[in-house]
Design a protein around this ligand. Structure first.
Ligand SMILES: Nc1ncnc2c1ncn2[C@@H]1O[C@H](COP(=O)(O)OP(=O)(O)OP(=O)(O)O)[C@@H](O)[C@H]1O
Ligand SMILES: [Mg+2]
Length: 257
């Protein structure tokens, strides 16, 4: 296991207000980290900070073994960590789907034919080949969401930063997305309000509240069936199942300050 990302005492402010308040966390290889929190808690801000789209007022961002400070430091980070934007319209800007999905690989320096082949293969894996020649702008919300994911996966990133990936998906595509993501060995940070999705996918969880990250725990235990619950550090809602079945407490994924 090695560290992919580390935030150390990071503060990000907006309009003079700290959205992230001296946050520290690490993301290790092999981890699928659920990032939960209320609307407006700063989850998107945290993901954007990891790839340099927000500039901390204090603290350190370390990615792939190097501290990253200025915009140019993050070029390399953005090729290795794929951010699925909360709003697909922020992700997709090419006239057609295939061009949008091939854009990342082209940007990585692949030859056009290779980039297109990789884009087609990625669309195929997601069951989206039929959308290849469609005009991106005309896609439905759910189609845009999946094509955005294809655009991120086509870059074959080492880390996936997924900002509400299940938004606008029907049950069929939700199932397919879950299967695809569980089949990948890359590390992930997954922001979602969909608890069932997180319970199936995440190996660890953290709660963002009032600018702070709280260790959260995954509990695997037996009811009539075996599943994982995500519990935040919010004491009003915290409940434990220590006696039930085989409690498998995950280590906290964060070091809070
Ligand atoms: N450009 C901006 N200028 C000022 N405040 C902003 C800006 N963008 C976001 N904010 C504020 O920063 C806070 C954190 O926003 P963020 O988008 O990170 O929250 P979030 O946890 O992702 O919420 P959601 O679950 O609704 O996506 C919110 O209060 C939001 O209103
Ligand atoms: Mg958000």
């Amino acid at each position: 296991m090695s560290i992919l990302f580390e935030l150390a005492d990071v503060t990000v402010e907006r309009a003079g207000r700290p959205i992230l308040d001296r946050i520290s966390m690490t993301l290790m290889t092999g981890t699928r980290l659920a990032l939960v929190g209320a609307i407006g808690a700063g989850k998107t801000t945290l993901l954007r900070t990891l790839v340099g789209l927000e500039t901390p007022t204090s603290g350190r961002v370390v990615a792939f073994g190097r501290e990253r400070r200025v915009e140019t430091d993050f070029y390399d980070v953005r090729t290795r960590a794929g951010l699925l934007f909360q709003d697909p319209d922020d992700q997709l800007f090419s006239p057609t789907v295939i061009e949008d999905v091939a854009f990342g690989p082209l940007n990585l320096g692949l030859a056009r034919a290779t980039a297109i082949a990789r884009a087609e293969a990625t669309l195929g894996r997601l069951g989206l080949s039929h959308l290849s020649t469609r005009i991106t702008h005309h896609l439905s919300g759910g189609e845009k969401r999946l094509v955005s994911l294809a655009a991120v996966l086509a870059m074959e990133p080492q880390v996936l930063l997924l900002d509400e990936p299940t938004n606008a998906l029907d049950q069929t595509h939700l199932g397919r997305l879950t299967d695809i993501l569980t089949g990948l060995s890359v590390a992930m940070v997954i922001v979602s309000h969909d608890r069932l999705f997180l319970e199936r996918l995440a190996t660890r969880a953290v709660l963002l509240k009032d600018g702070h990250l709280t260790p959260a725990y995954l509990h695997r235990h037996v009811h009539a069936h075996d599943h994982v619950h995500v519990h935040g550090g919010d004491s009003d809602h915290e409940h434990r199942h220590d006696g039930a079945g085989h409690g498998a407490h995950a280590d906290p994924a964060i070091r809070s300050t």
